[in-house]
Design a protein around this ligand. Structure first.
Ligand code: ATP
Ligand code: MG
Length: 643
């Protein structure tokens, strides 16, 4: 579930927004210049009442048309200057602020890549997406508009009041009177609004998650006829968001109403008082005109404060949401000072490894405890265990997708915790149960396993993985595979993932049931080729089926979070009831099937296959294969089907 910090009201919007400074710093000169230009432009508009005063008391009173035309010309020039200055301001900020947004987004993306897998297990992707899009857009808008105009409008209001007081201080006081209730109201509003704004932004995140999940899972949604219930879930969430947004609008409308009507009342009062004074002769008509038009010119700066504050509040929330991700600790780097532990031998060694998922119930037993296993250099060990026994978890510890919570893992005697992550990931290659591909070309997906791989290596990897179907694709290696590789079959995806794992000819190879989606024919071919790769690496291969187990020199049985037994397949079949049960299931075709697979392997390995043979093609193309497949998978594959 997404982490949502409790809705806090003690948060200071200013303190949140100040965190943006490092990003704004590079463009500060432009931003300050822009603010200065805007203040200048805004103050120009305050000169207009002074010109009016001069016109009313001078040319108008003297009935001098030439003077009136001159005044009109001044007013026109002032208007043009103001417009030009505001345009200049916009030009000043547009480009640098797009840059700020881009660099914040890039930082967020970089951070997301570096955050531990445990973080991604915990956070809904929609919450991350909405932070990278809506929240950042809000921040750019905030820097471009509300931030500047909060400053500009405050400055304008101050200058305006100085002018008002200079013209007539009693009328000035009348206008100033509403300031106190307004300030109180605004601060009350801010507190309330920040809570609703945060809620709305989180709900956008939840909504994004639902949309994303149902788009990615469209096959399941359709296949199970779940579109109605998905739509219901979506409607419920969007109703919730709508209610929140309405609450926001209500708050905003309330404050807006007060902010506009209270000053209006004050201006009305000043108008009445002023007119009486003009009638008394204690005030010139020109001064009253100037006073009132200054007051009217200040109306916009005062009124806009309400929604500027609202936007600032939302931006503060967006900043908080952004930094919630940025503040999460990255994957720990290399630990130093652990070299005191006695050195282990070469190969891959697990010593008393214990692991517990970070968000697991602290009272529950760890997923893995006291794992001791020594894989000798060049050796392949098959990891076998019931579903949920922790095989995937154990394999994820080797490339440090999760950190061990006890014990250590060494590669050629070196503790992986003390290795630079980049070095570790050069040493170890992985292929997981779920073959994840990216929306890129086939070639790019494969070379992801080793950026500097040349064409020969790619071709070799493809042939090891029996992925030569690639050459029959419309554009070969340059074919785009579509989002998550969904334009390929499950088995094709799995073979590409395998090619990616072996392309860099890694010293250590970790394969999590890499052949589960292949038909027996293709599986046999992959196994034959894989056997040659495994000869040269030290490997752990998670296996569910006897045929995969036969790739390994030894087998380790994972049970109850420990390595319950280690031995050859035959030894374990003989001595270990659980292993025999796992491998044979209801029938006992396991070992026999295995032997057959080996024979097949040998034959296929020697026969020099033609490309047509190598790709087993879609299931059903060979009826005999289909039969075999059905028989072979009956029991061991139960869990395969539950995946
Ligand atoms: N991200 C996670 N957070 C918390 N618990 C998890 C997480 N991933 C797996 N688990 C738990 O850890 C245990 C081991 O899961 P794991 O995926 O390692 O099993 P497995 O042996 O690979 O099973 P399978 O054969 O079905 O692939 C399970 O009980 C599972 O519920
Ligand atoms: Mg697994």
């Amino acid at each position: 579930m997404p982490e949502k910090p409790a809705e806090r009201t003690d948060r200071s919007a200013v303190r949140s927004l100040l965190r943006l400074w490092p990003y704004v710093r590079p463009v500060r000169v432009r931003l300050f210049t822009a603010a200065f230009v805007a203040i200048l432009a805004s103050c120009l508009s305050l000169v207009i009442p002074l010109v009016l005063k001069w016109m009313v008391d001078g040319p108008v009173a003297d009935r001098d048309p030439g003077g009136v035309w001159l005044g009109a010309l001044y007013l026109l020039l002032l208007g043009i200057a103001e417009a030009l200055l505001f345009g200049f301001r916009r030009w000043l900020v547009a480009r640098p602020l797009a840059g700020v947004e881009a660099s914040m987004r890039a930082d967020l993306y970089r951070r997301l890549q570096r955050l531990p897998v445990a973080f991604h297990d915990r956070w809904a992707s929609g919450q991350l997406l909405s932070r990278g899009t809506t929240d950042l857009m809000l921040l750019r808008m905030f820097l471009a508009f509300p931030l500047t105009f909060l400053v500009v409008n405050t400055a304008t209001i101050l200058v305006g009041f100085v002018l008002l007081f200079a013209q007539d201080w009693t009328l000035g006081l009348v206008l100033l009177a509403p300031a106190v209730p307004l300030v109180i109201l605004c601060s009350l509003f801010e507190t309330k609004y920040s809570v609703v704004a945060r809620r709305a932004q989180d709900q956008v995140g939840d909504l994004t998650t639902v949309v994303e999940e149902s788009v990615l899972g469209i096959r399941i949604v359709k296949g199970f006829g779940r579109h109605r219930s998905q739509a219901r879930a979506f409607t419920a969430l969007s109703h919730r968001l709508r209610t929140t947004e309405l609450g926001k609008a209500r708050l905003l409308a309330g404050i807006w109403g007060l902010i506009t009507s209270i000053p209006e009342l004050a201006i009305g009062a000043a108008l009445v008082l002023g007119t009486i004074q003009v009638a008394d002769g204690s005030l010139s008509a020109g001064t009253l005109v100037a006073f009132l038009s200054t007051a009217l010119a200040l109306r916009w700066p005062v009124e806009s404060i309400g929604f500027l504050l609202a936007m600032s509040q939302e931006s503060a929330t967006a900043t908080d949401r952004y930094f919630e991700v940025m503040d999460v600790a990255e994957e720990p780097g290399a630990v130093t000072g652990r070299e005191d532990a006695p050195a282990t031998g070469p190969g891959m060694v697990f010593e008393g490894v214990e692991f517990r998922y970070p968000d697991a119930d602290p009272d529950s037993p760890p997923v893995l405890a006291g794992i001791d296993l020594h894989i000798r250099p060049g050796e392949t060990v098959a990891l076998v265990g019931g579903t949920g026994s922790g095989k995937t978890t154990l394999t994820a510890l080797v490339p440090r997708l999760h950190e061990v919570t006890g014990g250590r893992i060494t590669l050629d005697g070196e503790d992986i915790a003390t290795m630079e992550r980049s070095h570790l990931r050069e040493l170890v290659s992985v292929a997981f149960e779920e073959p994840t591909l990216f929306s890129a070309t086939v070639g790019e997906n494969v070379t992801m396993g080793a950026a500097d791989a040349d064409e020969r290596q790619v071709r070799r990897a493809l042939s090891v993985a029996q992925a030569d179907f690639v050459h029959d694709l419309p554009r070969g290696l340059d074919t785009e595979v579509g989002e998550q590789g969904l334009s390929l079959s499950g088995g094709q995806r799995q073979r590409l993932a395998l090619a990616r794992a072996v392309v860099g000819e890694p010293r250590f190879l970790v394969l999590d049931d890499p052949l589960s989606a292949l038909d027996v024919h293709t599986e046999t071919l992959v196994e034959a080729a894989l056997r040659r790769v495994l000869e040269r690496t030290t490997a752990v291969v998670v296996a569910h089926r006897p045929s995969t187990v036969m790739l390994a020199d030894r087998v380790a049985l994972l049970s109850g979070g420990r390595i319950a037994a280690v031995g050859t397949h035959q030894e374990l079949m003989r001595d270990n009831a659980e292993y025999a049960w796992l491998m044979s299931g209801a029938g006992d075709g396991g070992p026999e099937r295995t032997e057959r697979a080996c024979e097949g392997t040998g034959a296929a390995g020697d026969a020099g296959r033609s490309p047509g043979d190598e790709d087993a093609g879609p299931p059903g193309r060979r009826p005999d294969d289909e039969e075999e497949r059905g028989a072979e998978r009956q029991v061991p594959a139960e869990e395969g089907s539950s995946r």
